[in-house]
Design a protein around this ligand. Sequence first.
Ligand SMILES: C[S@@+](CC[C@H](N)C(=O)[O-])C[C@H]1O[C@@H](n2cnc3c(N)ncnc32)[C@H](O)[C@@H]1O
Length: 235
Amino acid sequence: MAKNRFSKAWLDQHRNDPYVKQAQARGYRSRAAFKLIEIDQEDRLIRPGSLVVDLGSTPGAWSQVLRERLATGAGGIRGRIVALDLLPMDPIADVEFLLGDFREDAVLAELSARLGGERADLIVSDMAPNLSGVATADAARMADLIELAVAFAIDHLKPEGALLVKCFHGSGYSQLVERFKQVFLRVAPRKPKASRDKSAETYLLGRGLKPAALAQARQQAQTAPVPPAPLVGPV
Ligand SMILES: C[S@@+](CC[C@H](N)C(=O)[O-])C[C@H]1O[C@@H](n2cnc3c(N)ncnc32)[C@H](O)[C@@H]1O
């Protein structure tokens, strides 16, 4: 890491941040854990037995929270967690990790294959592009990721499922809310306390797919290419 990549002010703020201290004390890989914990306390998104997809999972704090919520007490989990990031993630027990860029068709196909036709109860996306500092370009790249997450949700979410995405409150935000309203029955913004006040970061929660989105998913499934027959038949 470059010696002066973080300013002294940023380092001081990080060191004194109560969420950083709590994350360290509780063994979370980042303070981001508390954003999901807080949203889940309000919205009860993570339920035992759920299939959850964690997009943009590295370093893994959200996956840790998901695992805690699905833990059985007997050492395993009830449900499934499938995580994806373009950066490697240190393993977490019972979390299936896929390394790849969510914008690539091959990665999307692999993620779909991992789900094996099962629809998810919950899709969470904390994905964020590397910021260039050019607000409009950054907002456009964020919007692309969110649109892909919405398309993925239409194809892979249960009708009563939920999609939670990170977004920026700024240019393009109202269009994003409109897009969520086209797809979901209930849409709500969420700004957990662990998300810094001065950050444009916020979250959007969509619950329950609208009939039109479900119809689109069914049509998609009918027109999807038939998987190739196995090369070796029964003997
Ligand atoms: C804020 S971090 C996520 C933190 C994570 N939720 C946690 O609790 O540890 C954002 C992540 O999104 C990932 N990301 C950004 N663009 C991506 C893409 N196109 N495909 C997959 N992951 C992406 C980044 O690599 C980064 O690890």
